[in-house]
Design a protein around this ligand. Structure first.
Ligand SMILES: Cc1cc2nc3c(=O)[nH]c(=O)nc-3n(C[C@H](O)[C@H](O)[C@H](O)COP(=O)(O)O)c2cc1C
Length: 238
């Protein structure tokens, strides 16, 4: 199994610890590639829209984004982690996700994303863990992923793992270990089922693209959809 991890912080703090507990159960049978943000995708999207217009390789940050995209495509399981920063995912995570706006379903979603599985690990002190998770989930679901497991933790006490009360630490550890054990039982030779939510998004966008294509058959996103056969009978899921 191949796992690609995108860490929303470079800090080896609580978020890092939670991710390590989760991966610990999987690492004997997995090839793991990790990215740490902002280090591995350090620049903001400048809004040039070159990716939306059809050539993501011309992005000023392509050397970073294409490496991440390749690792995402190759992975059986994606893991995204982030602490809550002012009720949301870290700015570094949001900045990385902005670079993949062109992979949202209304543009040029990648076939590889349908059938993939993802886990999101977030944590906060009091509130904001769930909204941080949703920030990430919004992108993953619009990329075409249906199987997304969110593990969100509220520490309430401390921002240092070793200072968190033992009972709380063991509850958090059990939840992460159980989630990893469930992942171990998955048959990764088979894609995850594409759910109704993903299919609804796909069909709504297909209708949109059909209309856009009638107005301008040379429109970049329409041509992409048409070439994939999605305007016709082909579907990106099995
Ligand atoms: C800039 C910043 C903003 C934060 N905002 C929140 C917040 O909105 N809600 C919350 O419960 N904790 C907040 N925290 C605490 C973190 O979510 C987290 O618990 C703490 O940073 C430890 O995580 P780490 O060790 O992985 O960095 C914030 C921390 C930072 C540095």
């Amino acid at each position: 199994m191949k796992i690609t991890v995108i860490n929303g912080t470079e800090k080896h703090g609580v978020t890092y610890k939670l991710k390590e507990i989760f991966l610990d159960r999987l690492k004997n049978e997995a090839e793991i590639t990790e990215f740490y943000l902002p280090r591995d995708c350090p620049n903001f999207c400048a809004g040039c829209t070159v990716c939306f217009r059809g050539d993501e390789h011309k992005c000023k940050d392509a050397e970073y984004t294409q490496k991440i995209e390749k690792a995402i495509f190759e992975a059986d399981l994606l893991v995204f982690t982030s602490p809550a920063y002012v009720f949301h995912a870290t700015g570094a995570m949001k900045s990385m996700l902005d670079h993949f706006g062109y992979r949202w379903m209304p543009h040029r979603p990648a076939k590889e994303m349908f059938g993939k599985r993802a886990v999101i690990i977030t944590q906060c002190l009091g509130a904001g863990g769930r909204s941080a998770s949703k920030d990430i989930k919004d992108s993953l679901s619009w990329w075409g992923i249906s199987s997304i497991k969110s593990l969100s933790f509220k520490l309430m006490s401390e921002i240092r793992w070793d200072k968190i009360p033992e009972e709380k630490r063991s509850r958090i550890t059990s939840k992460l270990v159980n989630a990893a054990e469930r992942i171990k039982r998955i048959d990764f030779t088979r894609p995850a089922r594409t759910g109704l939510g993903t299919k609804s998004k796909f069909y709504a966008v297909r209708m949109l693209q059909t209309g856009l294509g009638k107005a301008n058959p040379e429109y970049t996103d329409y041509k992409y959809w048409k070439n994939n056969g999605w305007i016709d009978k082909e579907r990106p899921w099995k």
